[in-house]
Ligand binder design. Structure first.
Ligand SMILES: Nc1ncnc2c1ncn2[C@@H]1O[C@H](COP(=O)(O)OP(=O)(O)OP(=O)(O)O)[C@@H](O)[C@H]1O
Ligand SMILES: [Mg+2]
Length: 246
């Protein structure tokens, strides 16, 4: 196997580290049949590729053998972002039958983490992802790895991730805070449901945690409503209004 050197890996701060540990634990508790997971979103730029890599790193750090597959055949960012120099063959080579699994899967400088990157952009990504070759790839990865994380393009833009979702055990939907309407998220969920894919959950990304308002708002609304309703019915309007104000 070829070995890739990834540079510019972020050192995660305490909060991010904790968030990934929580995500990892939630996936573990989703059942031992959850091995192959894809990530998608409604629109571009919500954080799928960053989260795919960090989630894969988090599983690898915990001692699991992990494969990260870059199935965004239209716009792969990992090569450029992490200054990967020596990729020989990628997913598009494998899916088009030009090269073997061993030639296309790579070890990395991260312990326990192997990667199959996109390779040259093919003219027919959706067709390749729907092929028997892709199903065979997933089967092979199931045998060789504890977890397989698949990065895909946004489902609001192209159909690729719904095609990938047919082969996986669960999907995670990445949602950028304050960007996506309920209706849009619902549409993407419905599309994944049509693939008979189990939705493991939603990752709310790009939250400004340092702003005082985050916790303030959360607790404010929660307690506000709770006490508002509760006291409202017992003590009348004063507390009721207090609750409404949040
Ligand atoms: N939690 C976060 N906080 C701040 N910036 C973030 C966060 N997650 C991702 N980003 C930034 O957002 C940008 C888009 O991230 P990324 O490439 O992971 O998104 P994507 O969903 O894979 O995009 P695309 O749909 O184009 O493939 C990057 O510049 C990344 O560094
Ligand atoms: Mg991406």
């Amino acid at each position: 196997m070829n070995k890739l050197m990834l540079e510019k890996l972020d050192d995660m701060d305490f909060q991010s580290n904790e968030a990934y540990k929580t995500l990892r634990t939630n996936i573990l508790f989703s059942g031992n049949k959850i091995k192959v997971i894809c990530l998608t979103s409604c629109t571009p730029n919500e954080g799928k590729s960053s989260i795919s890599l960090n989630l894969a790193r988090s599983f690898a750090d915990s001692g699991k053998k992990v494969a990260l597959i870059d199935a965004d055949l239209r716009k792969s960012v990992l090569m450029g972002r992490h200054k990967i120099q020596n990729l020989e063959y990628g997913l598009s080579h494998y899916l088009s039958g030009q090269n073997t699994f061993e030639e296309c899967m790579n070890e990395t400088n991260l312990e326990n983490l192997d990667m199959m990157l996109c390779g040259p952009v093919p003219p027919n990504p959706a067709e390749l992802l729907g092929s028997e070759q892709f199903a065979a790839l997933i089967e092979r990865c199931r045998q060789d790895y504890d977890y397989v994380i698949i990065d895909t393009p946004p489902l609001g833009s192209v159909i690729d991730s719904a095609i990938v979702a047919k082969q996986v055990d669960g999907a995670l939907i990445v949602i950028e805070t304050n960007k996506i309407s309920y209706k849009f998220a619902q549409k993407v969920k419905d599309q994944l449901d049509k693939s008979n894919c189990r939705i493991l959950g939603v990752i709310l990304n790009k939250i400004e945690v340092h702003r005082k308002g985050y916790y303030g708002k959360y607790y404010g609304k929660y307690y506000g409503k709770y006490y508002g309703r509760y006291y409202g019915s017992y003590y009348g309007n004063y507390y009721g209004n207090y609750g409404e104000k949040d």
